[in-house]
Design a protein. Structure first.
Length: 289
């Protein structure tokens, strides 16, 4: 196996409880040709100071911030990290998750043996730190390792890929360009769909990373806020419709508008219903023109 450099990208926002565990899981990989790029996204809980104090002398860890240490959101933060990366492959890690020590080695091996693969993901160990056990997802896609082409009709409705399990070819990922002003949570999902145009995906049926669910996580936020979850889905479909001009995606865009209107009607938010109905349908008219 070629010893290619792997860049691990970790965006951080107020993750002082978890970030040392996340970074150490990268440094403890059996595959040692890595660089860990940590980007603080305007944390105000001491995360930046913890990272700086623990890793300033480690030449495999690079700590970045936005200018004036402002908060720009996860997509812009990852983008900054990637712009400073040198690896052939890029692995993503959320700051509250962590890797098993063989994660990078197994995924690099897949890439080196399958030149048509552009993204590798896996199942995960699910850790629920919340007493409200209202969510479970180990992102299991198959009962065996499998190389596959993305079925857009299925994938547009359900994201089966955990961000922290993903490794991609940098040269392919750099072709993906998204708007900088996305409001909510589905940037990852959009990226995977756009990447599927360039090659096959590979699923490793092994739990090689650890996904932490807690009350401050973005997943918990979406579960608690139904209206935001619905809008995020609409925004995902809107971005994809403008970029891909695909019939399946356009149908899903209309469905997501209907879901928002039904939700607003059930919650008797009639003024919002009519506002969103007019706004969303004016957006669709622009897409169709």
């Amino acid at each position: 196996m070629n010893i290619e450099l792997v860049s691990i990208i970790i965006p951080v926002f107020n993750s002082k409880k978890f970030i040392v565990h996340a970074i150490d899981s990268c440094l403890n990989q059996t595959y040692q040709n890595i660089e860990v790029i940590v980007i603080d996204d305007g944390s105000n809980d001491g995360s930046f100071e913890i990272i700086n104090n623990n890793y300033s002398s480690n030449n495999r860890v690079k700590l970045l911030t936005h200018e004036n240490r402002v908060n720009k959101g996860v997509y812009s933060t990852r983008k900054l990290g990637i712009s400073h990366s040198r690896g052939k492959y890029i692995a993503f890690l959320d700051s509250d998750d962590w890797f098993n020590n063989n994660k990078i080695s197994l995924q690099v091996d897949v890439f080196e043996k399958n030149q048509d693969v552009v993204l590798v993901h896996s199942s995960v160990n699910f850790h629920n730190d919340s007493i409200n056990n209202d969510f479970y997802n180990d992102f299991k896609f198959s009962n065996t390792n499998i190389k596959y082409n993305v079925d857009l009709k299925t994938f547009i409705k359900n994201n089966h890929i955990c961000n922290s399990s993903v490794m991609v070819k940098k040269e392919i990922f750099e072709k993906i360009i998204l708007p900088n002003n996305l409001a909510y949570q589905y940037e990852d999902w959009i990226c995977w769909i756009l990447m599927s145009k360039y090659g096959c995906f590979y699923y490793l049926n092994e739990k090689i990373c650890n996904y932490r669910y807690h009350l401050d996580s973005s997943t918990a936020f979406l579960i608690k806020k139904k209206s935001i979850s619905l809008y995020s889905n609409f925004e995902k479909n809107l971005v994809l419709s403008t970029l891909l001009q695909n019939k399946i995606i356009k149908e899903e865009l209309y469905n997501s508008i209907d879901e928002i209107n039904i939700h607003l009607f059930k919650n008797q938010k009639m003024s919002l219903k009519f506002y969103f109905y007019g706004f969303l349908n004016s957006v669709i008219k622009k897409i169709n023109n």
